[in-house]
Ligand binder design. Sequence first.
Ligand code: ATP
Ligand code: MG
Length: 477
Amino acid sequence: MRELRSRDVRSSWIILAQPAAHLIKHFELAPEVLVICSPWEEFQANDIRDAEETFRKEVRVDPGFALVVTHDNSAETRLRPVVPDHRRYLFVRDEELRTAQDPQMFLHRLLRDALSGRHLFDLRNPATGPQFFGRERTLEGLERDLVGGHSLGVFGLRKVGKTSLLRRLAAKFREVERDAMRVLPVEVDLLEIPFNRRDIAGAAALIDRNLQHELERAKITLPGTPMTAYDRLVAVVEFVHSKFGARVTLMLDEYEALLGGKLPLRDGIELLDWLRGIAQSHPNAFNLVLAGRNSRRLAPARIEGLDNPMHRFLRSVPVSGLEPEECRTMIRKIGGRMALRFTPEALDVMVCETGGHPGLVRTLGDLVDQQVPVADRSPATVDAALVSRLLPRFSRQVDEDMRELVNASNDFSQEAIHYLTHTAHSLPWIGGRIEASIHDALVGYGILERGRTAFRIGHFGTWLRENYETPVRASHG
Ligand SMILES: Nc1ncnc2c1ncn2[C@@H]1O[C@H](COP(=O)(O)OP(=O)(O)OP(=O)(O)O)[C@@H](O)[C@H]1O
Ligand SMILES: [Mg+2]
């Protein structure tokens, strides 16, 4: 047991305890768990802040949860807003622990109920910290491209993990010491433009607010005070470059908002035009990442009569599902933390049905979690038969997502759905140049397998067979 006492004498004790071997095995825990003991009447938000700081520094600590032993009855309810959503804080009354007949047993039950009952697959928000899996190669590629000065378009299906990926990338850039900084990432979710400021000034103000947050986080103070949001971005770009030799990377998530989705088209185009200008005048100091569902809105040279500033400007990075091995690891680890053991065959079914699309994987994983009672997890084995039995329910749950896949495919080309129904019904399609480009797009977005005409998201093939009739004859594209 290691004890870390924080600076402030009024704060609680933070203890890193080694759990018993059977607990580690049962819940796939790391070698140490974090325990906060609070002798005070009131458990405080500061205690959680200190614990989070410890999680950041100590790599041997299990990131999934913290055990809080406190006298404060209302701590759990009161502090709910400050507890991070990717970590469980388990509150135990000190008296309860003291008076338990068998404290070992008490803790085991507490952990079993709390950890198994966490519903870790059911995460609707972007995945961060221990909830994020895989994407190593994509992250390396993105990093290389950005440091090399490219501006990027990150495109992928709904819920495939674009925002999670950008967050992870930004977090990686922030990990290094300020003086070794190569990239200062500024993340912006364009859906946050307030509804009463849907114009270029509103978008610029949002970018400016996030830029200032990032400066604070990196403890960078600008010399001088630029008058406008526009001046400030340029001033920061120049300062960060001259002082640290680093660049500013502006990540605009949900780029569609700019092209008629939220702002008047003219304003969105003007903003992008301005940003492209900065990138071109500061090639070593600024670049741009746009993320969205697909590149269709950005591809043409002109958009509704206006010159498109992003035409041939962005390097396109399609995001598909997790690689099979990454996906298996994700399911095994998340399951393991809730005392669910997936057999290799069960993992095969899950990878095959979802193509590693993290939103779909989580939906199916959550159905498994709901199916296995907590009391049976000592731990519980999940086999292929169990997963297969849940597929009809999965099918109902993802019906809307499958429709979205059809829409996404139609976005590439109106012909895509014919190509897909032929593939689903195993009918030959006499291809040509257009068909080859549809095929490539469907592969890039992780709908079809690379190198053969088969569905990567297996469930989508089944769904098409059930929802679209067999084409009467083979088409000639
Ligand atoms: N690398 C990952 N590991 C584990 N889970 C992930 C990963 N990426 C995404 N997810 C999960 O998938 C879901 C979708 O993630 P995210 O919001 O990042 O996708 P998105 O592509 O930005 O979605 P949208 O199209 O709605 O903007 C979330 O539940 C998230 O937790
Ligand atoms: Mg997103």
